[in-house]
Each structure stands twice: as structure tokens, then as C-alpha cells.
Design a protein around this ligand. Sequence first.
Ligand SMILES: Cc1cc2nc3c(=O)[nH]c(=O)nc-3n(C[C@H](O)[C@H](O)[C@H](O)COP(=O)(O)OP(=O)(O)OC[C@H]3O[C@@H](n4cnc5c(N)ncnc54)[C@H](O)[C@@H]3O)c2cc1C
Length: 427
Amino acid sequence: MPAKAGIHPRVVMPAKAGIQNRPQDILDTSLRWYDNILERFGMSSAEHRLLRQTLQNFVAKEIEPGALERDQKEHFDLNLFRKLADLGLLGITAPEIYGGSEMDAVAAVITHEELAYSDPGLCLAYLAHAMLCVNNLAVNASESQKKTYLPKLCSGEWVGCMAMSEPDVGTDILGMKTSAKRIDNHYVINGRKMWITNGVLDASGKPADITYLYAKTGEQISTFIVTPDCEGFSVGQKIMGKTGMRASSTAELVFENAKVPVENLVGEEGDSIKHMMRNLEIERVTLAAIGLGIGKRCLDIMIGYANERKAFGKPIAAFGQIQQHIANSYAEYQAASAYVYQTAQSDMSRLNSDGVKLIAAPMAKKVADSAMQVLGGNGYVSEYVAERLWRDAKLLEIGGGTLEAHQKNISADLLKRGGFESCGDRF
Ligand SMILES: Cc1cc2nc3c(=O)[nH]c(=O)nc-3n(C[C@H](O)[C@H](O)[C@H](O)COP(=O)(O)OP(=O)(O)OC[C@H]3O[C@@H](n4cnc5c(N)ncnc54)[C@H](O)[C@@H]3O)c2cc1C
């Protein structure tokens, strides 16, 4: 089509941050770099390397091409999500006997970092399924519940979510209002859950196949497995207009005298704190890993652009202030990366899972901001990717615990222990 009169087609820079054609030698260097860092922490393995390599190929071929469109259309692509099952990722930490891949937390970090390199929104949907729902069930559910639910969740036939937050309660989660009362062979559940990733799966309002739900039984909190056939359970609203993470769907869930069979109680009544504590660490470490993916991609974007873009007769990479963006971003990414991998390998305590998210979330936002700055006007438009990642990064400072909640937890833990040297978590 000829350009409309008076409107010139925008000139697009060659380094449009695409990853489909990343040269193999660069990918090999990157894999060697990860081998070194993992080895230094005693966690190198052929399995981890193969996982990263497989993911890099899959991401370039399957995920990157539609990432921009999914963001623009606020579209969760269920078919694409299900392809992750072919790589054994949907039950990455679940035992093999239930169809999982039985891999470790380092593998979960690698997966989240590589998926988020291209599409943090899709990666958030993955996290909600694989970490918040599947891993939770694998750790806390009974044998019979695992046998019933895990194979279908690991194969991608079913998609899961976890419902904890409410319209009036997030950080202060023990103050949740949703209640469950046992009547004969059922629990009757009343209340609303808010911000639930994967809470709705498509435009028709189809709910998740499994909702891992927290509700109050008296003063204590209990955990339930809710399926779509449960009478009185529905999707309240699909939440549109999110700043970022728009390739994931987010919903409000409604429970109006919802009848959940007693066999869907996970553990005993009042066990939820135990359940949350057993799963919280991997949730936060993998959220931090999404920050690593964003940081790494933004570094690639700004380095590629700085070498190509010219001003005052030279590449902008020649200017000290541009170098400062690149150098600071690199060092901050490396620091966060070392802390995340070390924590995943050796110390999944609350202290450090709060710590890695407190560091990696602002790092991701800051590095994305630097990438936008290096790209100038091009940084402000979606084709160059950095602005999407900058919007996605903001969620990491809120979801899965706000920065303030992490600060509160870390200081509480350290103060209780009486000092840093005695905390036992020093690397
Ligand atoms: C896109 C998205 C996806 C999400 N996915 C899920 C999901 O799948 N499942 C789920 O259960 N939840 C989910 N959440 C909810 C998320 O975990 C909560 O938004 C988060 O925990 C914060 O709760 P809130 O929004 O109620 O904020 P509030 O708790 O109301 O906090 C508001 C502000 O007050 C601050 N604040 C609160 N208490 C304190 C304190 N004691 N000291 C200092 N400051 C304080 C907070 O840090 C924050 O700045 C999601 C949220 C979003 C936006």
C-alpha cells in the first residue's frame, strides 16, 4: 500500500529486539556462561543445560512471534500454554508418578527466566499453574487427591489457579473474609477472591479447571480444591486493562453458598498456614526469576541498539551516559541472578525468598527503564519490546507479596534472630 498522503512510514531500526534469529554462537556463549555460574554454586547439570537450550529454541520459535499481539489484545493463549506440556514443563516440580518432571527449584528458575525473556505475561500464567497450583498440590495434597488431579494438570488437559487474595484483603491475608462451613458431606463456601491469575481461561468466561482455594473455617484458614462443576461457584469478572502481564488472564471468583465435597479439603482444617509456608518460597523465587528474564532481555535490547544507533556521527554506545545504563544494568542483573540461583539451590528460606524478590523486581523495572532510555523514542513504542517488559516488571513489585511486605518479613526475621551474622543464611 502506498503511504497515505502526508504520512511517511516510520523507519524501523534493524535491531528491533527480535530474538528469532539470535546467532547460535551467542546462544552457546550464553549457555557456557550459565554452566559456569551454576557450577560455581555447585548446581551445574546436563539436565539444566538441556532445559535452558530447549527453552531458548521453543521461546524463539513458538512464544516470541505472538508476544506483542497477546499483550495488545490482552489475550491468554490457551493452546500455546498447553504446548508447554510437550516439554514437560506444566508439572515441572511434580513427581514423575503423577506425570510431572520431578525437577528441582533451579530448573523452575531457568524455566521462568527463559519464558519471561520473551513473554512475562504468559510466564505469569505458567507460574500460577505450575507453582501456585500444581506444586502446591504435589506438596500438600493427599495421595488420592494427587492421583486424581496431578496427571491432568501435568498433561495440560486441565489448567489450575490459586485463590488467596480478596477485594478487601491482600497483604493482610490472615484477615480474609471468605468462609467455609461444614454441613454434612460438604463445605459451604461464601466470599469473593480477587486478582486470580488463570481464574478465567477464555472470552466465554470458562473458569480454571482447578482452583486451589484458601478460606476461613472459624478462626483458622483451610485449603480446598474447587472444580467448575461446584454448585454456587462462578467467575465474577474478567479483569481487563491491566498495566502489564496482559498475556495472562486475571479474574474475580465468586462463591455463593458454593458446595465443595469434604474430600476436597486439603489436609486437615486449619492447615493452610502450613501449606502456604511450604509453597511460598518457590513462588517468590520463581517470581524473582521472571525479573531475571526481563533484565536479561532488556540488556540484550539496549546493547544491540546502542551498537547500531548513531548520533553525532558515532554509535551511541560511544557515549559515557549510555555506557552507564548498560554497565549498571549488567551489574544489577548479575547480582540479582547470583542471589536467585544461590537461593534456589541451597536456601529456600522465607528470608531469602523474600530477599530475592525484593532485589529482582526493582532490578527488572530499572533495567527495563534503562533500555527504554537507551532506545529514546523507539523505547516508548511496543515494537521495540522494552516498554512492554517495563510494564510487566511493575507487577513483580506487587503480586506474590508487595515490596513493603518483603521488607516487613525480612526485617522481622532478622530482628528475631538478633543479628545478621547469626542468621545462618549468609552465603
Ligand atoms: C496481575 C495480578 C495477578 C495476581 N495474581 C494472583 C493470584 O493468582 N492469586 C492470588 O491470590 N492473588 C493474586 N494477586 C494479588 C496480589 O498478590 C495482591 O495484589 C498483593 O498481595 C497485594 O495485595 P493488595 O492488592 O490487596 O494490596 P494491599 O494489601 O491493600 O496493599 C496496598 C498498599 O499498602 C501496603 N501495605 C499493606 N500492609 C502494609 C504494612 N503492614 N506495612 C507497610 N505497607 C503495607 C502494600 O505494600 C501496598 O503498597 C495478583 C495481583 C495482580 C495485580
